[in-house]
Design a protein around this ligand. Structure first.
Ligand code: AMP
Length: 115
């Protein structure tokens, strides 16, 4: 896997260099608890490959992105919000609210989410 960014917090999580509550892991992604949850369920699906943002993805990432969404669906089911509903969000760039420059999918649920 690409591990280019030593100072990237999400690379450090996927490489187990800093602690995180990991719910699921496979060869290409990890599902972790968000450290500052914005909903009763707030987990992140993080790619092991260091890609700064969705803007940096290409057709080569098509399968990875699909599997990140499926992992988000599974995480929502595992956390008990599969039926009540949830939100899957990629924040992209500054005005998109992206703080950590490493692709990750937010899974939010467990309450009525605002628009
Ligand atoms: P974004 O604004 O889309 O870049 O989202 C980054 C998310 O990562 C935020 O919801 C943060 O609370 C979360 N976050 C930042 N550092 C950590 C960490 N060390 N462990 C878990 N979640 C984190």
């Amino acid at each position: 896997m690409d591990t280019e960014a030593d100072d990237c917090v999400f690379c450090n999580i996927t490489q187990h260099k800093i602690p995180a509550k990991i719910y699921f892991e496979n060869e290409e992604l990890v599902v972790v608890q968000d450290i500052l949850p914005k909903a009763p369920v707030h987990v992140l699906v993080i790619s092991k490959e260091h890609v700064p943002s969705i803007n940096d993805t290409t057709k080569a990432h098509e399968a990875l992105l699909g599997r990140m969404i499926l992992a988000g669906k599974q995480a929502a089911t595992d956390r008990g919000v599969g039926e009540s509903g949830y939100r899957l969000t990629f924040n992209v760039g500054r005005e998109g609210g992206q703080i950590v420059p490493h692709i990750h999918l937010h899974v939010l649920g467990g309450k009525q989410l605002a628009e």
